[in-house]
Design a protein around this ligand. Structure first.
Ligand code: NAP
Length: 296
C-alpha cells in the first residue's frame, strides 16, 4: 500500500485558524495586537519573496506587520542600531532579520543583537541554550513545524528510533535536540548523521522516523528506508524549470516515488514541511506578544 501523505499545507491552515482565534482573544481581552518587523537588507529576490510571504500571512492573522527594507550597502553598525531601535520599541514584539545578509556584515553579530524575548526565529544563543535544556519559548520555525507534523499525524515519537540526516543549526541540530527532550512529542532515541558518517543507509534503515535535511535532491533511496517508517522530507531543491509555466520544478531530499512504496507516511515536496515554517513563525510572534505582556 502506498504511503499516506502528511499534508503540511492542510496542517498549517488548521494551525493558522487556531492562531487567529488566539489573536482575536488577545486583542479583545487584553488590547494586544502581535507586531512583527521583518528587516530585509538588499534585493535578493528569494529573500524578498520569503519576507513578502511572511508579511502577508502576518496581515491575514491580524498582526501589525512591518517590512523594513534597508539598502545592500548598509553598514554593520547602522544595522545593529536599527535592531536596537526595535529591541527598545514596546510596540514591536517580534524581530526577524532575513538571512542571508550581504558580505561584510557579520550575521552572527546581528542575530546575537536581537533581544532574545523578541527572537521569533529562535536563533539567538540564549534561545538555542533554552531549547537544549528543555525550557524554550521560541523553537526555531522549521524544526517546530516538523514536530507539529509528527504530533498531528499521530506519529508516536516516545521510544521511537529517529534518524536525522543533516546537522545544520537551523534544522538538523535543533530537531535532534527537540526530539530527545523528556517531553510530549519527544522522548525519542535520536541518531544524527552527516557527511562524515561512515554508513548513512545503515542508520536510516534502523529509523522508525526518518527526517532528511541534507540539501541533496533525491538522496535517500527507497531501500534506505525501514518498511513502515514515517519520512519527513525537509529538502527543497530546484531541479529544473517547467517549460509550460516557467516555474521551478522542486524535489525533496528523498526519492519520493521509491519512498512511497516503503514508508507508512511521508511529507510531499512541495506542500509538506515548507508551509509549516511560516506558520510557526506566526506562532512564535503570538508567543512574543504574550511574553511582552507578561502573559507567558
Ligand atoms: P545545510 O546547512 O546545507 O546543511 C546540510 C547538512 O546535510 C549538513 O550538515 C551536511 O553535512 C549534510 N549533508 C549534506 N550532504 C550529505 C550527504 N551526502 N550525506 C550525509 N549528510 C549530508 O542545510 P539546511 O539549511 O539544513 O537545509 C537542508 C535542506 O532543507 C535544503 O534543501 C533546504 O532548502 C531545506 N530547508 C527547507 C526548509 C523549509 O522550510 N521547508 C527550511 C530550511 C531548509 P556536513 O555538516 O557534514 O556538511
Amino acid at each position: 500500500m502506498p504511503a499516506e501523505l502528511i499534508k503540511g499545507a492542510e496542517v498549517a491552515k488548521l494551525i493558522r485558524e487556531e492562531l487567529k482565534t488566539e489573536v482575536d482573544e488577545l486583542r479583545d481581552k487584553h488590547g494586544i495586537t502581535p507586531a512583527l518587523v521583518t528587516i530585509l537588507v538588499g534585493e535578493n529576490p528569494a529573500s524578498l519573496s520569503y519576507v513578502t510571504a511572511k508579511n502577508k500571512t502576518a496581515h491575514e492573522l491580524g498582526f501589525h506587520s512591518t517590512q523594513d527594507n534597508q539598502p545592500e550597502d548598509i553598514s554593520e553598525a547602522d544595522l545593529l542600531e536599527l535592531v536596537d531601535k526595535y529591541n527598545n520599541d514596546p510596540q514591536i514584539h517580534g524581530i526577524l532579520v532575513q538571512l542571508p545578509l550581504p558580505k561584510g556584515i557579520d550575521e552572527t553579530k546581528i542575530l546575537y543583537a536581537i533581544n532574545p524575548d523578541k527572537d521569533v526565529d529562535g536563533f539567538h544563543p540564549v534561545n538555542v541554550g533554552k531549547l537544549m535544556i528543555g525550557t524554550a519559548v521560541f523553537l526555531p520555525c522549521t524544526p517546530a513545524g516538523i514536530q507539529e507534523l509528527l504530533i498531528r499525524s499521530g506519529t508516536e515519537t516516545s521510544g521511537a528510533e529517529v534518524c536525522v540526516v543533516g546537522r545544520s543549526n537551523i534544522v538538523g541540530k535543533p530537531i535532534t535536540n527537540m526530539l530527545l527532550q523528556k517531553a510530549p512529542g519527544a522522548n525519542a532515541t535520536v541518531t544524527l548523521v552527516h557527511t562524515r558518517t561512515k554508513d548513512v543507509p545503515a542508520h536510516t534503515r534502523a529509523a522508525d522516523i526518518l527526517i532528511v535535511a541534507a540539501g541533496v535532491p533525491k538522496y535517500v533511496k527507497g531501500d534506505w528506508i525501514k518498511p513502515g517508517a514515517v519520512v519527513i522530507d525537509v529538502g527543497v531543491n530546484r531541479i529544473g524549470k517547467s517549460e509550460k509555466t516557467g516555474k521551478a520544478i522542486l524535489a525533496g531530499d528523498v526519492d519520493f516515488d521509491e519512498a512511497m512504496e516503503v514508508a507508512s507516511k511521508i511529507t510531499p515536496v512541495p506542500g509538506g514541511v515548507g508551509p509549516m515554517t511560516i506558520t510557526m513563525l506566526m506562532k512564535n510572534t503570538v508567543k512574543a506578544a504574550k511574553l511582552g505582556a507578561g502573559l507567558l
